[in-house]
Ligand binder design. Structure first.
Ligand code: ADP
Ligand code: MG
Length: 433
């Protein structure tokens, strides 16, 4: 929607201030980086950082639902790198994180034990050893005892130790003594400046990038380099995570069309002058949204929802449709409405490249999935180069059973947006040299 809101002209974006050299050209992102198959890994001990941050669902009897873990994209797409190492009889030490453990209870709930168990099954191994904690002296003994070729040891959730998120050298001190090679294949975590991704690789002369990470970057490079008409479809619920990529595309003067849905649309609608329910508005991002809209609307590059599916606040029914973009008090938007779906569908017809991150509504909830599913259908049927990024978006594609119709489903939402924005990630930079 392009309603006439009260747009301020005191823009904070400096369209002409964008210097070419500020952002790495996508061709150069692999400069001075070695890949797994450039390194001699035969019978060596290798630390492999993976993104195995997979939602663990439990039954009423508190049993872990293993099938959801073994079928998870992140786990499945990590297997080629692992198999490559095991075929070459490397001794593998896996480092990974799970969730955001803060309390003691979180820690127990967020153990990597179910992940290690499912990896063992998928790789058909006799065992995948799991350390009791990521960094204890017992882990050190286990590590130095890694003898037999093809052995796999997994460190417990790296985020159990504060050194991980603080990017400290504790892990490097332990691992550099007993490991020969560092490999990062954790694309979905590589936008974080954390120890296993940034501090640790710098302690290894022999360091490189795994197969999954390389593939993810190549796909995103294709999007960045493409001269074809590009659509960026953003939804979901964190404006603060998504606004940076919009700003960067505006600053780069990229020719693109932005479609906004999901909870984040309400911040943009309010910034555009529409009165909407405050439940989903990120007030601290209003000003930035207003500023971006000012540029995007002048260039005809943005569409916002024309109508919504709404629910009374605090209740689960009944669902109603609004006439226009406004949402009356006491109600909250839970999905885009049919007028918006039609507008978005029509606007995507001539697009040759599409990147989508974040569902159009609360698709997990019955009656609120239409917008997300209809948009997924548009992407499925399109001849465009289609890429989906983000954990929840991937789940939506799985639910609609259309994942295989996309050109690529990225294992990283935040990481792919950050990569589209900056043409690199902290975890890539740490591999250079
Ligand atoms: P992704 O994991 O694909 O990057 P996000 O994590 O940003 O996506 O957002 C996904 C979540 O956003 C989903 O759980 C979905 O229910 C929620 N969401 C989408 N639209 C709305 C809305 N209108 N109101 C509240 N939550 C929403
Ligand atoms: Mg998510």
């Amino acid at each position: 929607m392009e309603t006439e809101g009260s747009m301020e002209s005191n823009s904070k974006i400096h369209l002409d201030g964008f210097k070419k050299g500020q952002v790495l050209n996508s061709e150069f992102v692999f400069r001075d980086i070695r890949f797994l198959d450039d390194l001699e890994v035969e019978r060596k001990s290798v630390f492999l950082r993976l993104d195995l941050n997979i939602p663990i669902k439990r039954t009423l009897k508190n049993e872990v639902d293993d099938s959801l873990i073994s079928k998870n994209d992140r786990l499945q797409k990590s297997l080629p790198t692992l198999r490559y190492l095991l075929e070459r009889k490397a001794k593998v030490v896996i480092g990974a994180h799970l969730g955001r453990p803060k309390t003691k209870e979180d820690k127990e709930r967020l153990s990597l034990e179910p992940i290690a168990r499912n990896l063992r099954e998928c790789l058909n191994l006799e065992e995948v050893l799991l350390t009791e904690s990521p960094l204890s002296s017992a882990s050190k003994v286990l590590l130095s005892g890694l003898k037999s070729p093809g052995q796999v040891l997994m460190l417990e959730n790296l985020r159990w130790d504060i050194s991980e998120e603080q990017n400290l050298s504790s892990l490097a001190l332990i691992l550099s003594e007993c490991v020969d090679i560092y490999i990062n294949d954790a694309f979905g975590a590589s936008h974080r400046k954390h120890a296993s991704l940034c501090n640790l690789p710098r302690s290894f002369q022999r360091r490189g990038m795994g197969f999954l990470m390389k593939k993810e970057i190549e796909v995103l490079n294709k999007i960045s380099k493409s001269q074809d008409s590009f659509a960026l479809i953003l939804g979901g619920n964190k404006v603060r995570d998504k606004i940076g990529v919009i700003r960067s595309l505006v600053e780069k003067k990229r020719d693109f069309l932005l479609l906004v849905g999901g909870a984040m649309a309400y911040t943009f609608l309010l910034a555009n002058g529409a009165s909407v329910d405050p439940v989903n508005v990120e007030r601290e991002k209003l000003e930035e949204a207003r500023d971006l809209l000012y540029h995007l609307r002048r260039q005809g590059r943005v569409l916002l929802p024309l109508d919504h599916r709404i629910l009374p606040i605090g209740e689960s029914g009944p669902l109603r449709l609004t006439e226009g973009p406004e949402i009356e008090e006491g109600w909250r938007g839970v999905d885009i409405g049919p007028k918006t779906i039609k507008l978005y569908r029509d606007s995507l017809q001539d697009r040759k490249v599409m990147f989508w991150n974040g569902p159009m509504g609360i698709f997990e909830k019955e009656g609120c999935e239409e917008g997300t599913f209809q948009m997924l259908d548009v992407l499925s049927k399109s001849d465009a180069f289609t890429v989906i990024g983000g954990g929840d978006s991937a789940v939506a594609a799985q639910k609609r059973e259309c994942g295989e119709k996309m050109d690529h489903i990225s294992t990283g939402g935040g990481a792919s947006l950050e990569y589209l924005k900056a043409a690199s990630l902290p975890g890539i930079e740490a591999l250079r040299g």
